[in-house]
Structures are given as structure tokens and as C-alpha cells.
Design a binder for this molecule. Structure first.
Ligand code: NAD
Length: 270
């Protein structure tokens, strides 16, 4: 931990985050015990074609999935690990966060430099003209409560279709800003990710199994560029192979220790 603290004090950090950082905010990881994929088949619910197919054939199962995901995300608040990353950015020690999460919690914690490589659950996009809009929590909440008890199939399909909304510029149907399996990652967010890595000397990987590609290539790219890799994860995982330091702790416990030390030493003035 002493070595890690001295690396963090030097700054030029980039964070690479996965579902694990948000698990202590009450959002389960997808693969773990009680994870979402134990309940819902990812090939049915997270691939665009089968998702669209379900919309017409079984909107009830799709509704249950959407309600489950959004209720969990809407309730979640940033935890100590999220807010520590915001402090590190404010103190000029963190160049940016590359996150695979769609939960918006890094922005809610106060980070400004965030690359959301798998999109954001509140963002909706027009694939025709590029228009992008971010819905308010209340709007999503109202929608979730309105579809929750709907028992008429056609009405439910219509309501689900109307959820994303219409592009105010070109009248096309907006699409979810979440990246589905098999879809390309958003180029702007990938560009930002490379910028953060290129400005950094250390990548801190937090709560990721690094099993989802192409996102999982980024720590390997960082390693090739000569960045030190710090891997924070309670479970042994494949990033341990390239990590200079592996800390098998929960993200919140790790940051409590680190931030207590940095606070005590007035890290803003380092
Ligand atoms: P993953 O589910 O594959 O792996 C999560 C990792 O977090 C595991 O290695 C686990 O050991 C670790 N972990 C669990 N609790 C932790 C804790 N308290 N502190 C630190 N680490 C902890 O997640 P992934 O690698 O991020 O990939 C899953 C994909 O699913 C991502 O692409 C992401 O888009 C999506 N996802 C997003 C959210 C979210 O937005 N919060 C939640 C689940 C899944």
C-alpha cells in the first residue's frame, strides 16, 4: 500500500472501471452470484436483434428486464470509491475515468472527465443525425411506473417503442445510448479513453473482470504504452497477470485506506 500511495501522489492516473465499482452502490455485477445474467439470458436481452424481436414477441419479459435494470440504477447513489475518484480529479491527480458502466454514477459523483465506452442508460441517440439527449431521472421513473403493471401486449409494445422518443431534428426514432453486444463502441468515448491513457503513467483498474471485449483491450494497450497497472478487485482475475500491483479488496475498502492517508497529508497541495 505504501508504494501505491506514492504512485497515486505522483498523479497522472487513469481509472478503468467495471461493474464492481458500483456493486457497493447496490447495482449487481452481471456475471457474479445474483448477477443480472443469472436471471436474464444476455444473448436475448443484450443483443440488439433479439431485443427488437422480444419487443414484438414477448414485450412482457422485455418490460420485466427494463424495469429491473432501471429500478436498480435509479436507486443507486455514488459510493466512496466513486467520490474518491472525483476528489482525485479535482486535485489534478486523475486525467480521466474510462468506464464500462452505464449507470451515470461517475458523473453523479462529480467527475467531469469520463469516457463511457458502453454508453449511458439515460442517454438516447439519433443514428441518422447524431442528435443526443439525456433524460432526467424523473422522466425514466415515470415511464417505469407506467409500464410496470401494463397487461395488454399491444399497448405495452407501443409504450416500450415510445420510450426512447423521437429526434427533434430529423423525426427519426431515437435509440438507447447503451451499447449492445456486437455493436461498435462510441468513437468519441474511445478517443477520450486513448487521450486519458496517453496522458497517464498509471492505470488503476477497479472492479472489472476484463472479459468484455473490445473494452478489455484497454489495460493491455496501457501496459504496452508503459503505464503501471494497479488492479483493485476482491477476486483473482485475468488483469492480475499484467498488474504491477494487485489489491484483492473491495473498491470502497481500498479507497477508504488510500483517501484517509491522502487526506491526512493534504493531498491537494502535493
Ligand atoms: P463483470 O460483471 O464482468 O465483473 C465485475 C468484477 O467486479 C468482477 O471481477 C468482481 O470480482 C468485481 N467486484 C465485485 N464486487 C466488487 C467490489 N466491491 N469492488 C471491486 N470489485 C468488485 O463486470 P465488467 O467487467 O464491468 O463487465 C460487465 C459488463 O456489464 C460491462 O461491460 C458493463 O457495461 C456492464 N454492467 C454495467 C453495470 C453498471 O453500469 N453498474 C453493472 C453490471 C454490468
Amino acid at each position: 500500500m505504501d508504494k501505491i500511495i506514492s504512485i497515486i501522489r505522483k498523479g497522472k492516473l487513469v481509472a478503468f472501471c467495471g461493474a464492481g465499482i458500483s456493486s457497493e452502490s447496490g447495482i449487481p455485477t452481471f456475471r457474479g452470484k445474483n448477477g443480472l445474467w443469472e436471471k436474464y439470458d444476455p444473448y436475448l436481452f443484450a443483443a440488439q436483434d433479439s431485443f427488437n424481436n422480444l419487443l414484438l414477441t414477448n414485450p412482457f419479459s422485455l418490460r420485466d428486464f427494463i424495469v429491473d435494470i432501471y429500478k436498480t440504477i435509479l436507486l443507486a447513489k455514488p459510493n466512496h470509491a466513486h467520490s474518491s475518484l472525483a476528489h482525485l480529479e479535482n486535485a489534478g491527480l486523475l486525467a480521466g475515468i474510462i468506464t464500462q458502466n452505464i449507470d451515470n454514477l461517475h458523473y453523479e459523483a462529480g467527475n467531469k472527465e469520463v469516457a463511457e465506452i458502453h454508453g449511458n442508460a439515460y442517454v438516447f441517440l439519433c443514428k441518422e443525425c447524431g442528435h443526443k439527449t439525456k433524460k432526467k431521472k424523473e422522466e425514466i421513473e415515470d415511464f417505469i411506473y407506467s409500464i410496470e403493471k401494463e397487461d395488454k401486449k399491444n399497448k405495452l409494445t407501443k409504450e416500450l417503442l415510445s420510450f426512447t422518443g423521437i429526434c427533434p431534428r430529423c423525426n427519426n426514432r431515437l435509440e438507447s445510448g447503451v451499447v449492445f453486444f456486437g455493436q461498435e463502441l462510441p468513437s468519441r468515448e474511445i478517443e477520450k479513453s486513448y487521450q486519458y491513457i496517453n496522458r497517464s503513467l498509471t492505470m488503476v483498474c477497479i472492479g472489472t473482470s476484463a472479459e468484455v471485449y473490445p473494452a478489455a483491450n484497454l489495460p493491455y494497450y496501457a501496459k504496452e504504452k508503459g503505464l503501471k497497472i494497479i488492479n483493485i478487485n476482491p477476486t483473482v482475475n485475468r488483469l492480475d497477470e499484467i498488474a504491477d500491483f494487485s489489491i484483492h479488496k473491495k473498491a470502497v475498502d481500498f479507497f477508504k485506506e488510500i483517501m484517509a492517508y491522502l487526506d491526512a497529508n493534504n493531498y491537494k497541495n502535493l
